[in-house]
Design a binder for this molecule. Structure first.
Ligand SMILES: [Fe+2]
Length: 283
């Protein structure tokens, strides 16, 4: 049983939808797919995509990305829901479609999806000045940043740092209740958001210079390390990555936007093979 990873499917783009639809119905039926978020803005499309891909794999694990949590404006007609409600709705959809959003044993490995968001603190230090400066950047970005327009949060989760803390606490709860203490073998974690700023290229090479402020959260890195994960798949940045840092293998395998694939000189959908044989647990 192999384990593949893929993120940022963005099937709102017809070209991406076609690539996902074209995934072989025969080649992966004994394999596992980890989907690292950002499948679709529209929840109906998210459901349809999970439903169509699900029979092509033995198991699919999923964590939502920011685009999956858009609930207002042009993204959908549903205006009463918050993005936190959407997380729950996606959980229901996954249960109905047989897609897993909670930890599960796969062969000798334990696969652990980690919920998360992003916060300016990924980039910079815990110092007050750094955080203030980051807040200023976010204020200037303002409603030009699409999540500001299309996500809605309850008052208790009014800022990005509060959302990161909330999802990190949910991860702890889920892990405590669901990862059996008898579970053996290596841990493989995945998230939509980025756990470490040094997984991003130097800012001078970034097209979007504010990316480090909206890329991820250090809560993820803390959890990856404290759970003893050996391999972590993430998404969101749309920057392919395959890097070992201090004993953990970090991989980003985005499908990305059609124009990005053009820029990368890549055609088609390339899932990343994360684990050749889940029974052998060599990762
Ligand atoms: Fe994203």
């Amino acid at each position: 049983m192999r384990i593949f990873g893929l993120g940022d499917l963005h099937v709102d783009f017809p070209a991406n939808r076609a690539l996902v639809d074209d995934l072989s119905a025969a080649d992966y039926v004994d394999d596992v797919l980890l989907v690292a978020g950002d499948v679709a803005h529209r929840v109906e499309l998210l459901q349809a995509t999970l439903a169509s891909v699900r029979p092509k794999f033995a198991r699919i694990f999923f964590v939502p990305g920011n685009h999956d949590l858009w609930v207002t404006g042009a993204a959908t007609d549903v205006v009463e829901q918050t993005s936190l409600d959407r997380v729950d709705a996606i959980g229901e959809i996954c249960r109905a479609e047989g897609v897993e959003m909670t930890p599960g044993q796969v062969g000798a490995l334990c696969v652990v999806p980690l919920l998360s968001w992003y916060e300016p603190g990924l980039d910079g230090g815990e110092g007050t000045n750094a955080v203030d400066a980051a807040d200023e950047v976010m204020r200037r970005l303002g409603r030009r940043w699409a999540d500001r327009r299309y996500c809605r949060w309850p008052e208790t989760l009014a800022d990005d740092a509060a959302r990161c803390r909330h999802f990190a606490a949910l991860n702890e709860q889920i892990l405590e209740s669901q990862v059996e203490t008898s579970s053996t073998g290596a841990l493989l974690t995945f998230s939509h958001f980025c756990p470490r700023v040094d997984l991003l290229p130097d800012v001078k090479h970034l097209r979007f210079k504010h990316l480090p402020k909206v890329a991820g959260t250090p809560h993820l890195e803390r959890q990856i390390r404290s759970y003893g994960s050996r391999l972590h798949l993430y998404g969101h940045t749309h920057i392919p990555q395959d890097k070992q840092i201090e004993g953990v293998h970090y991989i980003n395998a985005p499908l990305g936007y059609p124009r990005e694939r053009e820029r990368w000189g890549r055609e088609g959908l390339r899932m990343k093979l994360l684990v050749e044989d889940a029974q052998a647990a060599r990762i």
